[in-house]
Design a protein around this ligand. Structure first.
Ligand SMILES: NC(=O)c1ccc[n+]([C@@H]2O[C@H](COP(=O)([O-])OP(=O)(O)OC[C@H]3O[C@@H](n4cnc5c(N)ncnc54)[C@H](OP(=O)(O)O)[C@@H]3O)[C@@H](O)[C@H]2O)c1
Length: 345
């Protein structure tokens, strides 16, 4: 992404801005042959993952092609993905026969996950987050996999600690977060057993204008709803930077898997964000609670060393989202629930 626009005026423009590959990524893709499979492409990040790969492939003149695999619970998502140069296959990856029947691939982006709805259906979350990695590593033994994990694998850390490092203990609270640790541990086991190189992307809060922590706060400020300050700090990253860095992680896939925190470099104060939205939307934000001295935070130093800092700044994201909200821009209505402190999603 070289020239960032002042405002983003349409969903088409938004999808284009998010999916803009860096020169480094285009350079990496130039050496790629064969097929990249994106598993779980039907979610909030999948379209942009497919689009970024398609653009980088086209610009680099590489002969690699892209296949997106999901159940496509939202058929509109499939249609949109197909118009962007990504072939699709509908498959339920909980079905071992469906996994066995998937086409060969040369690299895998693993985006499958289940979080919301865990409370009361813990068994399903555990099954999705741990059984599918086993089946996928068996089917694609030896094929590099960049697998999305989550920053939620860590416990909360003191706000002044700079965030959890990749070497920090994986002892989080709650069944969703523990199933995400389970997902990583199955990748660890299957990587070792099948010689499959893996990079585990511990992502902290991806930001789109239609969903994400910043949109949630902006919506509350606009609606004059109180903002809970108890989880007082978060890390966020522009969805385009998150996807770009995740793809640049392919050369860092290894046996045993390499974990990598991917997020923004700053520890973001919820109060600061709300006040910024307040200035831009002409509202005075209302708050409840006090910031605790610990929060779910990650140190992205290792990723910054590998890939450099994210291109889109926090203030740029806030400006884009405030304008988007002011213009009545669409929301996915999928709150991030960043304020949850008891581990129940
Ligand atoms: N977005 C974030 O801020 C964030 C933060 C931390 C971690 N992550 C992780 O990064 C990954 C991608 O994020 P996302 O926001 O795009 O997640 P998402 O919206 O939850 O998408 C994951 C997709 O996986 C697919 N899936 C689930 N079960 C499946 C099954 N049995 N067979 C085939 N596909 C299945 C679903 O699409 P279908 O209904 O089409 O099957 C689902 O939409 C996820 O693992 C997520 O947990 C995301």
């Amino acid at each position: 992404m070289s020239l960032l626009p002042e405002t983003i005026d349409s969903e088409e423009m938004l999808d284009d801005v998010i999916s803009e590959p860096s020169e480094e990524l285009t350079g990496l893709c130039a050496g790629w042959k064969g097929m990249t499979a994106i598993l779980g492409i039907g979610g909030k990040m999948g379209l942009h993952m497919g689009m970024m790969l398609a653009k980088a492939g086209e610009r680099s003149g590489s002969s690699s092609d892209i296949t997106g695999i999901s159940r496509f619970s939202d058929p509109a998502a499939r249609e949109k993905i197909e118009t962007r140069g990504v072939r699709t296959i509908s498959a339920d990856l909980m079905d071992p026969d469906a996994v066995a029947g998937l086409p060969d691939a040369d690299r895998i982006v693993y985006m499958v996950g289940r979080k919301f709805g865990t409370d009361g259906s813990e068994w399903l979350t555990w099954a999705v987050n741990t059984l599918i990695p086993e089946a996928v590593c068996r089917r694609y033994a030896g094929t590099p996999i960049v697998a999305y994990s989550t920053g939620a694998v860590y416990d909360r850390v003191p706000v002044n600690s700079g965030g959890a490092k990749e070497s920090s203990p994986l002892t989080p609270l709650g069944e969703y977060a523990n199933s995400a640790v389970g997902r990583e541990r199955i990748f660890d086991y299957m990587s070792e057993k099948t010689g499959t190189p893996v990079c585990l992307v511990r992502l902290f809060y991806s930001i789109d204008l239609r969903y994400g922590v910043l949109r949630d706060i902006g919506d509350k400020v606009a609606a004059d709803e109180p903002i809970d300050l108890n989880m007082g700090y978060v890390n966020v990253i522009w969805q385009g930077d998150a996807i770009n860095q995740s793809l640049l992680a392919f050369p860092h896939c290894s046996v045993p898997p390499r974990p990598l925190n991917i997020t923004g470099p700053e520890i973001v104060s919820i109060q600061y964000v709300a006040e910024k939205f307040g200035e831009m939307l002409g509202r005075k934000p209302r708050f409840t609670g006090e910031p605790a001295n610990d929060a779910l935070l990650g140190d992205s130093g290792a990723a910054v060393e590998l890939f450099g800092p994210p291109e889109v700044s926090l203030d740029r994201m806030i400006i884009w989202i405030a304008e988007w909200i002011r213009a009545g821009g669409r929301s996915l209505n999928k709150p991030a629930h960043y304020e949850v402190r008891n581990g129940k999603y």
